[in-house]
Design a protein around this ligand. Structure first.
Ligand SMILES: Cc1ncc(COP(=O)(O)O)c(C=O)c1O
Length: 362
């Protein structure tokens, strides 16, 4: 006899993890959409200050962080949810909205954690293919909404394809979604998006009581190792619900302190975004020179199909790894023969391009 596990375990797909956690030497980590910049000294100091009180539980109400976010976005604190990374809020959203018989609609390929929602709750996941430009097909998504739909997720910019939908198209979409369906706009990469002001989606919160904007400190703020994210919610009951079903201390004191301090440095955010735009232009142009047409990136990474005469995806990924560059294979992310590459420092970007040229034999 051995212990028996629940069906949820077999239903849950394995996360396509980057092979980067036990590396001996200098490698360019371009597989996980992280920031190449270490935390600011002021953020490290803020974390150090709270560590001396680590014998105490963190503030379960996250009051100071919610107040800081409330001031930053002019959204009442009771409409702000905090999570141990935004994934924590995402999974909690599944728990409070979904169950057997319910449906969740999302685009595909999109964030690899979305399929966990149906696996965790027994709901039906409806995956709507992206269009030829690797963008959400919002009309096709609308057509999939039924009386059973409880949650629709729009990832903007989309991971793994890097593309963004203009905000007016999203506004028109939300307008047509029935009010009982929660629309979760996953904006993990919104700061990098130059199509619209990253904060223009805040306007939609005032118009649509079923809207949730989910964001994170993991990307432009560079704090993914601490795990802290947030959601700005039109309906404060969403916040109450996701808090009710999670363990009480879901965001640790170091993460809360780091996030509060990081928010004070919007000038650094602006600089990082600017550098990301430069990286985007340079990598895109180098890819073009190799005969590759990447998707139109509005994020801190690019996405492209390998050329037809290229070695197979696994061989390219392995060849890049042999040259000290870690990138993500498309197959685990929903598209065979594609690569997702996070922009790094200028040196890392050059190293990636040189390695790719070599592996493709150009
Ligand atoms: C689209 C998207 N949403 C959410 C997340 C979750 O980030 P975190 O849990 O680190 O906040 C990620 C992380 O890669 C992501 O790509």
């Amino acid at each position: 006899m051995s212990i028996e596990f629940s069906d949820r375990v077999t239903r849950t797909p394995p996360y396509p993890m980057a092979p980067a956690y036990d590396l001996p030497e200098d490698v360019a980590l371009m597989a996980s959409n992280e920031s190449p910049d270490p935390p600011l000294p002021a953020v490290v100091a803020a974390v150090a200050r709270v560590l001396g009180a680590a014998n105490r539980y963190p503030d379960p109400t996250n009051a100071k962080l919610r107040a800081a976010l409330s001031t930053r976005f002019d959204v009442p604190a009771e409409q702000i949810a905090i999570g141990s990374g935004s994934c924590d809020i995402l999974m909690a959203a599944g728990d409070v909205l979904l169950e057997s018989g319910a449906e969740v609609v999302y685009a595909w390929p999109s964030f690899s954690v979305y399929p966990y929602l149906e696996a965790a709750t027994g709901a039906r996941g409806i995956r709507v293919p992206l269009n030829d430009r690797h963008e959400h097909d919002l009309d096709a998504m609308l057509a999939q909404i039924t009386v059973a739909t409880r949650l629709v997720i729009v990832c903007n910019p989309n991971n793994p394809t890097s593309t963004a939908i203009p905000l007016d198209a999203i506004a028109a979409f939300v307008q047509q979604v029935p009010r009982h369906v929660c629309v979760l706009l996953d904006e993990a990469y919104c700061e990098f998006n130059t199509l619209d002001d990253p904060d223009s989606s805040l306007e939609l919160l005032k118009q649509h009581p079923n809207l949730v904007l989910m964001r994170t400190f993991s990307k432009v703020y560079g704090l993914c190792g601490l795990r802290v994210g947030y959601a700005l919610c039109a309906d404060p009951r969403f916040v109450t619900a996701v808090n009710q079903i999670r363990q009480p201390f879901f965001c640790n004191s170091a993460a809360q302190a780091a996030a509060i301090e990081a928010l004070r440095h919007q000038d650094v955010v602006a600089e990082r975004v600017e550098r990301n735009v430069v990286a985007r232009v340079e990598v895109e142009s180098a890819l073009h020179d190799l005969g590759i047409e990447p998707a139109q990136s509005q994020a801190n990474f690019c996405w492209f199909d390998l050329p037809e005469d290229s070695p197979g995806e696994a061989d390219v990924v392995a060849g890049l790894a042999d040259r000290g560059v870690l990138v993500r294979a498309g197959t685990g992310l929903g598209r065979e023969g594609a690569l997702r590459v996070t922009y790094g420092t200028p040196q890392q970007n050059d190293r990636f391009i040189a390695a790719l040229r070599d592996v493709l034999g150009r």
